[in-house]
Write a protein that binds this ligand. Sequence first.
Ligand SMILES: Nc1ncnc2c1ncn2[C@@H]1O[C@H](COP(=O)(O)OP(=O)(O)OP(=O)(O)O)[C@@H](O)[C@H]1O
Length: 249
Amino acid sequence: MPILDCRGLTRAWGALRAVDDVDLAVEAGETCAVIGPNGAGKSTLFAMIAGNLKKTAGRVLLDGEDVSALPAHRIAARGVARTFQITAVFPGLPAVENVRLGLQAHDPLRRRPIGGGAALARGAEEALHWLRRVGLADRAATPAGELAHGDQRLLEVAMALAQRPRLLMLDEPTQGMSVEETRRTVDLLGRLIAEEGVTVLLVEHDMEVVFALAPRVVVLHRGRKIADGPAAEVRADAGVQAAYLGGLD
Ligand SMILES: Nc1ncnc2c1ncn2[C@@H]1O[C@H](COP(=O)(O)OP(=O)(O)OP(=O)(O)O)[C@@H](O)[C@H]1O
């Protein structure tokens, strides 16, 4: 059974069908990228899956269970973690605290005062572990807002991974990064995905990033899914090339 199974997902804004009858299933352990020209419906699709946006039609199943009507925090509690196109950290809090809060957010046991100091220390140690995983351990005490842009994006990845998600949704993880930062981030994400065995759904504009990370690529064009398959096949697909040439206006 796929971890994520979208059936007939549709979102209309007035007459515009931003996402139009999209089926998309993601199996455990897969990394799948969603690409498409500007306005193709990628962000709208992501927002519907994560419960941030109402669906006009269609269903989202997680592990076979219909979560279509659940709000974002309840979908998160079922193991869907996402990063945002725009970095969403608490800028005044140390990096490690940002991760620790993420750890607590979806685990009610950790919110209990019982255990007090010991539980708090364990939380901090675990948070530090995830910072180490993204190469930010030496900046644990730095307020998140003072980290370089690329490091803030990595902090978000640490926050998402700390939730031990069943499905990790990455929304343009290299957005706004320099060429060098992008290269390092792609290396790091590739390693993390392999080592943590996490299932990933990725939206990304940078084709180098897509082809480096995602064996499977789904293409949206004007809200519709026009291709879905192995990256090399999708790259060579004439319809996809035409959509890009016609769509990049
Ligand atoms: N709140 C809204 N109200 C009206 N139309 C919207 C709204 N949000 C998105 N749209 C429209 O829906 C379509 C799909 O937008 P969406 O942001 O999902 O595309 P995208 O593929 O993520 O684009 P980009 O690559 O530019 O981020 C676009 O035509 C957009 O203008």
